[in-house]
Design a protein around this ligand. Structure first.
Ligand SMILES: NC(=O)c1ccc[n+]([C@@H]2O[C@H](COP(=O)([O-])OP(=O)(O)OC[C@H]3O[C@@H](n4cnc5c(N)ncnc54)[C@H](O)[C@@H]3O)[C@@H](O)[C@H]2O)c1
Length: 357
């Protein structure tokens, strides 16, 4: 088992990572001060069917628990479900010493973390990620929900008490979710670590390579890079924005498609190719990335996207200011920068990019 310590100004907490690490859960709950008497597990129906029993059997007799399940899919990261979770927590009498367990991918981690961060002004929670993508989302304390006007627009920073990441849970992930998570691994490599990027490029030629030692290396190094960033900038006053590499266009594509038909990571991956196309020094890297993504079977950019609508969404991005869209670009691998664009300039570049891609 790997143990990585996440250090942020507001909290230091462990990530337990490896095969069958779920037995750590009982230990972690007992080590909390005060130890919780009751626990609320929040999961989606799909993950619940697969792994709820494993979690419940760790809790038996140690604490009393209730479960709240929501439908899978990013469109469920909504006000309605947030409200329903809060109502359920009140009904079952969750109190300030209770703990929420977020069992699932980034969707569940984000909404359950937001419920925990706001219920009675904030209670404790533990992330139990079940997707590759969640190596990113379970660490760093960003929680929240979507608004029809934009993704992740409502939320709070709220760090978990621990992250318990059992890699055996990843064996049931469908292929498009493996790709989605791998996109965030590629992102971490591109913004921070040229040798990690070479390692990925040389070793992950197809999705079947993403298992065993390689999978563990991807998750470990991805989490370490995320930790390096959030430990310096927990609340995104500066360098944490680099983690949004690929996300400005990625989020806009997801929004235009109502979070259906293309996964988060697939949209971000195409967003990274676009960002690389904006700097002459990284155009070739972008072309190479594009053919690697195609080899790995990543979904192409959806057809018939409206560029003005995409740009409008990019203007609403939390990093945008006035008519200026701040794009994360790379000078080279490991050297991200923030470059402001006037919306109409970026619209021209995006039109050309979409014609060519
Ligand atoms: N908070 C952050 O810092 C942060 C960072 C990146 C992404 N995110 C958010 O994460 C979300 C995306 O996360 P995600 O890709 O994990 O999506 P997800 O949680 O929606 O899971 C994707 C699908 O996989 C299924 N699934 C989950 N685990 C499974 C398993 N082990 N086996 C089989 N199926 C499984 C789910 O039921 C769902 O249908 C987005 O909402 C994004 O905004 C947050």
């Amino acid at each position: 088992m790997e143990q990585i310590t996440i250090k942020t100004p507001s909290k230091t907490y462990p990530v337990y990572l490896g095969e069958k690490v779920i037995p750590k859960l009982g230990e972690v709950l007992q080590s909390l001060d005060p130890a919780p008497k009751n626990v609320l597990i929040i999961t989606d129906h799909h993950v619940g069917e697969l792994y709820l029993n494993d979690i419940q059997s760790e809790l038996d007799e140690k604490v009393s628990y209730e479960t709240f399940q929501i439908e899978p899919g990013d469109s469920q990261k909504s006000f309605d479900n947030y409200y329903a979770c809060q109502s359920f927590a009140l009904e079952i009498g969750l109190d300030r010493s209770s703990v929420i367990l977020a069992l699932g991918g980034g969707m569940i981690g984000d909404i359950a973390g937001f419920v925990a961060g706001t219920y009675m002004r904030g209670i404790r929670f533990i992330q139990i990620p079940t997707t590759i993508l969640a190596h990113d989302s379970a660490v760093g304390g960003k929680t929240g929900i979507n608004h029809p006007e934009g993704k992740n627009m409502i939320g709070v920073f709220h760090q978990p008490e621990a992250v318990i990441y059992s890699t055996d849970f990843l064996s049931t992930l469908p292929e498009n979710e493996i790709r989605s998570g791998f996109a965030e691994v590629i992102k971490h490599a591109l913004i921070a670590d040229p040798s990690f990027y070479d390692y990925l490029n040389n070793n992950i030629k197809s999705l079947t390579d993403l298992k065993g030692e390689h999978l563990l290396n991807c998750l470990t190094r991805g989490i370490e890079i995320k930790n390096e960033v959030v430990s310096q900038d927990e609340r995104e006053k500066g360098i944490r924005a680099f983690l949004n590499f690929g996300h400005t266009l990625g989020h806009a594509i997801e929004g235009e498609r109502q979070y259906k038909g293309i996964t988060h990571g697939e949209a971000v991956a195409r967003g990274m190719v676009f960002a690389l196309s904006l700097n002459k020094k990284t155009v070739q890297l972008g072309n190479d990335l594009k053919s690697w993504l195609n080899d790995l079977g990543f979904a192409p950019i959806p057809k018939n996207l409206s560029v003005p609508s995409l740009i409008n969404r990019m203007k609403k991005d939390k990093k945008a200011a006035g008519g200026t869209i701040n794009m994360v670009l790379l000078e080279q691998i490991g050297q991200p920068t923030i470059t402001p664009y006037q919306a109409n300039d970026l619209e021209k570049k995006l039109t050309q990019f979409l014609e060519e891609n």
